[in-house]
Design a protein around this ligand. Structure first.
Ligand SMILES: [Fe+2]
Ligand SMILES: [Fe+2]
Length: 241
């Protein structure tokens, strides 16, 4: 899918404004992911997983710092000029770690979720790294982060196979299916919002004009200024109407 969207990725990364926005958005996702994994380290009963989660969380928080600093640096170099059109983020971010809820997640499900998210991040960061070849500091950041993501992808799979030797494939499959399902829901919500806007625009330009025309015509027929009241209106003046 990401390969199909490559031209869109190229378009996003070409503009410095969009690049800055993307880096700052990644910084947020990585930091949030780091915090969630830190929480997972607190709640897991497994001592080995606790150590690995802790190392993982430190990596993600470090990625957040790297992205934030590079984004801020590019912003300063750019002199804080107003951004180009469509500064937003038409494609999802690197990790998708923000989808996870640690509190009621068993380790097997969490590891499966992390494995799928890290694999997606590794694939996407490979594309981004190639697209920012013109910008050596950003390229170096992606290179460094990519190495960590590959480690995260591998250790989550190995640990999942250790704690759930019978069902680890099924867990990964479920995590992948749930990720696709969430993406579909997001896409459906976006399409419905777009259709709503299109429908209201059509309504505004097609259905309302006849009424506006009719109201204007009726307005022209009304006499201007004071008008005599009709002869039947002989009710006593007890009301201002
Ligand atoms: Fe990361
Ligand atoms: Fe990661």
């Amino acid at each position: 899918m990401d390969r199909v969207l490559r031209p869109v990725h190229r378009w996003v990364w070409r503009d410095t404004g969009r690049r800055v926005r993307k880096l700052l958005a990644f910084a947020e996702v990585e930091t949030d992911g780091g915090r969630d994994i830190l929480r997972a380290a607190e709640v897991t009963p497994d001592p080995l997983l606790r150590r690995l989660y802790l190392a993982h969380a430190i990596d993600e928080l470090h990625h957040g710092v790297l992205f934030r600093e590079r984004g801020a640096e590019l912003l300063r170099e750019r002199g804080g000029r107003a951004g180009a059109l469509f500064n937003g983020n038409p494609l999802p971010g690197g990790h998708g770690l923000d989808d996870v809820s640690i509190e009621d997640e068993a380790d097997a499900r969490l590891l499966a979720f992390l494995h799928v998210a890290e694999k997606a991040a590794a694939g996407r960061f490979t594309i981004y790294r190639d697209l920012v070849a013109d910008d050596p500091p950003t390229h170096a950041i992606f290179e460094e982060i990519l190495r960590d993501e590959v480690f995260h992808m591998n250790y989550t799979y190995t640990q999942l196979a250790r704690i759930s030797p019978r069902a680890y494939r099924r867990q990964v499959w479920l995590a992948r299916a749930s990720r696709v399902w969430k993406r579909l829901l997001r896409l459906a919500a976006a399409v419905v919002a777009l259709m709503g806007s299109a429908f209201l625009t059509v309504l505004y330009f097609v259905v309302l004009p006849p009424f506006a025309w009719w109201a204007r015509r009726a307005g022209r027929r009304e006499p201007a200024g004071w008008a005599p009241i009709s002869a039947q209106a002989d009710a006593p003046p007890t009301s201002q109407y």
